[in-house]
Write a protein that binds this ligand. Structure first.
Ligand code: FES
Length: 125
């Protein structure tokens, strides 16, 4: 399905994203580079970002899938502790330089989908 919002690609079942729980990884092609992205659920809504810190371009999770801080209120980079808002990706503490790159999601009939964008595609295309 293609429209202004991009192509919709199945990501996972809604139940795979537990509130404040571990993230679900998926792969994307971003600006021609194959990267991992992740989805989490926070305050009932699913959110997804490229798994790339804005401090040093490394993945955020030292333990795979663990993105939340202890209070489950912020996403935290395990390398130097930059913290990001789960709903916007804005950096609100630590050495991060700007927001995480957001991946649009939608949720319908118990399924979560991610959406392609101008510089964001499935890795096979
Ligand atoms: S690499 Fe993420 S805070 Fe430094």
């Amino acid at each position: 399905m293609a429209d202004e919002a991009g192509e919709r690609i199945f990501l996972c079942a809604s139940g795979d994203l537990a509130e404040g729980g571990t993230g679900v990884a998926f792969e994307v092609l971003y600006r021609g580079e194959k990267l991992r992205a992740f989805a989490v659920r926070w305050h009932g809504q699913a959110h997804a970002y490229l798994n790339r810190c804005t401090h040093v371009q490394t993945e955020l999770d030292y333990r795979e899938g663990h993105f939340f801080d202890a209070a489950r209120e912020l996403l935290v980079c395990a390398t130097h502790g930059a913290v990001f808002e789960p709903d916007t990706g804005c950096c609100v503490g630590g050495p991060g330089r700007g927001p995480l790159v957001k991946v649009s999601l939608s949720e319908e009939d118990g399924k979560v989908y991610w959406h392609t964008a101008a510089q964001l595609h499935p890795p096979t295309t």
